[in-house]
Design a protein around this ligand. Structure first.
Ligand SMILES: [Zn+2]
Ligand SMILES: [Zn+2]
Length: 362
C-alpha cells in the first residue's frame, strides 16, 4: 500500500509501505476513505515529538471501511463504515473505565501516527477496535464526521466543557485557528451571551465571525484586556479558552478572566508559561488543562446527524489521497492559503459527485 511516512525532522514521503496486518485479536484493519492533516503532524515533522520514530506512518484522523477484524472484535464487521478517532481506548484500564480515554494506560491514548502507524495511508491497523472506532450513520458523509476525529471533541471537551460554559456567559477565545473556531461552534451549543474571538490575524478573525463570534479583537492593534473589561462592565470574561499554545496567550487568558472565572487551556505548549499567582491567588479562578478523551464523540455525532452542528465548514481544501505531499504544502502554509482543514479522499472509492467536482477544481 501507499502511505505518508515520517523519516526525519523535515523529511517525509508518500511511498510504498507494508500492508498492515492484524497483530492482536482486538485489532481491525480499516481501508481509509478520508483523512486529514493536523497541526500536530507539523510539530512531528519539525522534530518536536521525539517519541515518533523514523519510519512511522503519520495521521490520527480518518474515516474508513472495516476490511478485517481480529478474533476478539465483536461489535464490528467487514464493510462497516467507521470514524477513526485520534484517541484509542483499551476499554479496561482504570482511566478508560472512568471515560478518560486520553489517559489510557492499557496501551491506548494518542497512539495512531505517534507511537504506532497512523492513518494517512490506504490502510491502517486500529488497535482496540471495539472501543476505539465509531460507526458512522449511512446518511452522513465522510466530511461531515471527519473532524470528529480530533478538533471537535478537543475544543468541546478541553475548552467548552472544562471551561464550564453556561448559558449567558461571556466567553473569550484566544486563537482563531481550527481549534479556536471549533470552540466557537461548540460553545454556541450553550447559548453564551457573548463570544469574543482574539487573534493577531485579521483573516482569522473574519473566519471567527463566520463561525459565530459576536466580537473580535485584533490583539496586535487593540488592547485585548481593556476591550474585554469594556465589554463586561469592568469584570472580565466568565470563561477564557486558550487555543494557541504559547506562553503569551495563556498569560493573556489569566488577565482576561473575571474573578471567579474559568480558564480552559486547549493549546499544546512547548515552552513553560508563567502563572502569576501573586495576582491570581485572590481571584478564585479555576485553571484546567488536558488532552481530549473523545468520550463525547457519540454525542457530537448525534448532533451532526440531527443538523445541529455542521463541521463541514472546516474543509477548505480537498485532495486525492495520493496527493498527500501537496496537501501538506498547502496546510503548512495555512495562513497564505486560507486553509483550515484539508480533506484527503481516496479515489475512486466512495467519491460523491460533489466531492469529485471539488477535487477537479482544487
Ligand atoms: Zn489532530
Ligand atoms: Zn485504557
Amino acid at each position: 500500500m501507499k502511505a505518508l511516512v515520517y523519516h526525519d525532522p523535515g523529511e517525509k514521503a508518500w511511498e510504498t509501505a507494508p500492508d498492515p496486518k492484524i497483530e492482536a485479536p482486538t485489532d481491525a484493519i480499516v481501508q481509509i476513505t478520508s483523512t486529514t492533516i493536523c497541526g500536530t503532524d507539523l510539530h512531528i515533522l519539525k522534530g518536536d515529538v521525539p517519541e515518533v520514530l523514523p519510519g512511522t506512518i503519520l495521521g490520527h484522523e480518518a474515516v474508513g471501511l472495516v476490511v478485517e477484524t481480529g478474533s476478539a472484535v465483536t461489535t464490528l464487521t467487514e464493510g462497516d463504515r467507521v470514524l477513526v478517532s485520534c484517541i484509542s481506548s483499551c476499554g479496561r484500564c482504570r482511566f478508560c473505565r472512568e471515560g478518560h480515554y486520553g489517559l489510557c494506560i492499557g496501551g491506548g491514548g494518542w497512539i495512531l501516527g505517534h507511537t504506532t502507524n497512523g492513518v494517512q495511508a490506504e490502510f491502517a491497523r486500529i488497535p482496540f477496535a471495539d472501543t476505539s472506532l465509531y460507526k458512522v450513520p449511512a446518511e452522513l458523509s465522510d466530511e461531515q464526521v471527519l473532524f470528529l476525529a480530533d478538533i471537535l471533541p478537543t475544543s468541546y471537551e478541553v475548552g467548552v466543557l472544562n471551561g464550564g460554559v453556561t448559558p449567558g456567559d461571556t466567553v473569550a477565545i484566544v486563537g482563531a485557528g481550527p481549534i479556536g473556531l471549533a470552540a466557537i461552534l461548540t460553545a454556541k451549543l450553550y447559548t453564551p451571551r457573548h463570544i469574543v474571538a482574539i487573534d493577531l490575524e485579521p483573516a482569522r478573525l473574519a473566519k471567527a465571525v463566520e463561525f459565530g463570534a459576536d466580537t473580535t479583537i485584533d490583539n496586535g492593534r487593540q488592547d485585548a484586556v481593556e476591550k474585554m473589561l469594556e465589554l463586561t462592565g469592568g469584570l472580565g470574561a466568565d470563561v477564557a479558552i486558550e487555543a494557541v499554545g504559547v506562553p503569551e496567550t495563556f498569560e493573556l487568558c489569566t488577565e482576561l478572566v473575571r474573578p471567579g472565572g474559568r480558564i480552559a487551556n486547549v493549546g499544546v505548549h512547548g515552552h513553560p508559561a508563567t502563572i502569576h499567582l501573586e495576582k491570581l491567588w485572590i481571584k478564585d479562578v479555576t485553571i484546567t488543562t488536558g488532552l481530549v478523551d473523545t468520550n463525547t464523540t457519540p454525542r457530537l455525532m448525534q448532533l451532526i446527524a440531527e443538523g445541529r452542528l455542521d463541521p463541514t465548514v472546516f474543509a477548505t481544501h480537498r485532495f486525492p489521497l495520493e496527493e498527500t505531499m501537496g496537501a501538506y504544502d498547502v496546510f503548512a502554509n495555512a495562513g497564505a492559503n486560507y486553509a483550515l482543514k484539508v480533506v484527503l479522499a481516496a479515489q475512486p472509492l466512495l467519491l460523491e459527485p460533489e466531492l469529485h467536482r471539488d477535487l477537479v477544481t482544487a
